[in-house]
Design a binder for this molecule. Structure first.
Ligand SMILES: *[C@@H]1O[C@H](CO)[C@@H](O)[C@H](O)[C@H]1NC(C)=O
Ligand SMILES: *[C@@H]1O[C@H](CO)[C@@H](O)[C@H](O)[C@H]1NC(C)=O
Ligand SMILES: *[C@@H]1O[C@H](CO)[C@@H](O)[C@H](O)[C@H]1NC(C)=O
Ligand SMILES: *[C@@H]1O[C@H](CO)[C@@H](O)[C@H](O)[C@H]1NC(C)=O
Length: 339
């Protein structure tokens, strides 16, 4: 064992920082001992910035990673819709590629932001530029007047889903209205094999569970499916099933057509330790149904550093033995991506 380790070290230690990066701390110590003074302290710092869990699992982002949710926003070249509720700064395809490099993501799913309404031009130009090997799109359209030719054209560019924003300011939205919206969009996308991306509060899930269960299309909930704070968090350890709708989410995941995004913790009401319990329970139940996403450029939270969250997701996934799934293969099955 020691001989093999040393052999490995002598092959790697002089070569690159990157090799050291993936060594365990005891190997790093060995590297320092056996390479004389040549290993630079800076290189040894590498693994320390990760938590113990990551060092133990040696986890890293797969080379064929997919960021399952991000936006292209360019108000100069692509005017926002008249009723856009905020005006972010420009985030072009180039900016996106630069950003994705910093989080080791090679491929992206571009999602239509609300501020562009039904005008998917910026998104479509982005996936045209990147091509279907590296990108997919999730559009927004008006179900009343969409025509099949448009859908087929978008499909050829790499669009594989429609986004439905059911987040409401009303305390008690009309569940029948939501139900009919979901059914209407599902019927349109079903022949194309697209997924239905839903943004809504987990509170509403119990009332919509049977509808979603029967759609026959893939469904993905944004941002941990938006759990609300549990009314009672006195039980220790924290019980995720005390969150309204969590049991429905788990039932839907088990049924197989439902996915959930690990994204935008800053849009989730739970405390960080509670979110961790939620994430781990999802992975325990269906590690093949969780998809990592950056939510770049984190609209309304612009400038925040998403890397610590990515590292947490990596730890959770590594612990569940599901790094490839969460960062790559689950996205491929959700957005119809061939190897
Ligand atoms: C981490 O990598 C080292 C060196 O390649 C290996 O010996 C060790 O078993 C790995 N640990 C895990 C948990 O895979
Ligand atoms: C959707 O299209 C219909 C028919 O053209 C129109 O009446 C309706 O106002 C549109 N909905 C929105 C939200 O623009
Ligand atoms: C679009 O295609 C679907 C399935 O092929 C079909 O059921 C529907 O009638 C078509 N709609 C129009 C407007 O052509
Ligand atoms: C849950 O517990 C935390 C930490 O004790 C507290 O800050 C928070 O307000 C509690 N939330 C609810 C909804 O009781």
């Amino acid at each position: 064992m020691l001989a093999a380790t040393l052999n490995h070290l002598f092959r790697t230690v002089n070569h690159s920082f990157l090799s050291l990066f993936f060594l365990t701390s005891s190997e790093v110590r060995a590297a320092v001992l056996f390479s004389g003074a040549s290993a630079k302290p800076a290189a040894i710092e590498g693994p320390k910035k990760y938590s113990r869990g990551l060092q133990e699992s040696n986890a890293s982002i797969p080379t064929d990673g997919w960021d399952g949710h991000m936006h292209i926003i360019d108000p100069e070249r692509y005017p926002l819709s008249a009723d856009a509720v905020y005006t972010p700064s420009a985030h072009s395809v180039w900016d996106a590629v630069t950003f994705e490099n910093t989080i080791n993501m090679k491929n992206i799913v571009v999602v239509q932001p609300s501020i562009y309404g039904f005008d998917n031009s910026a998104l479509l130009d982005a996936i045209r530029a990147l091509g279907p090997d590296r990108s997919r799109g999730v559009v927004v359209f008006n179900a009343t007047n969409i025509d099949n030719n448009t859908l087929v054209e978008w499909h050829s560019l790499g669009v594989r889903g429609v986004r439905l924003n059911l987040a409401s300011t009303e305390k008690t939205p009309d569940i029948e209205v939501l139900r009919s919206e979901i059914v209407k969009y599902a019927a349109i996308i079903k022949p194309l094999g697209w997924m239905l991306q839903i943004y809504m509060s987990m509170d509403l899930l119990p009332g919509l569970q049977s509808t979603i269960d029967g759609l026959g299309v893939k469904v993905c909930f944004d941002h941990f499916a938006q759990p609300s704070k549990p009314s009672d968090n006195s039980t220790m350890p924290f019980n995720p099933y005390s969150i309204t709708g969590f049991q429905s989410l788990i039932d839907l995941l088990e049924q197989g057509n439902t996915y959930v995004k690990f994204s935008a913790p800053y849009r989730v009401e739970l405390e960080s330790s509670q979110l961790e319990v939620v994430a781990k329970e999802i992975l325990r139940v269906r590690s093949d149904r969780a998809v990592f996403a950056s939510d770049w450029p984190h609209t309304r939270f612009e400038g925040l550093d998403i890397k610590p969250f990515e590292e947490r997701c990596l730890e959770w996934a590594a612990e569940a033995g599901s790094v490839e799934k969460v960062f790559s293969t689950n996205a491929k099955s959700l957005w119809d991506i061939c190897d």
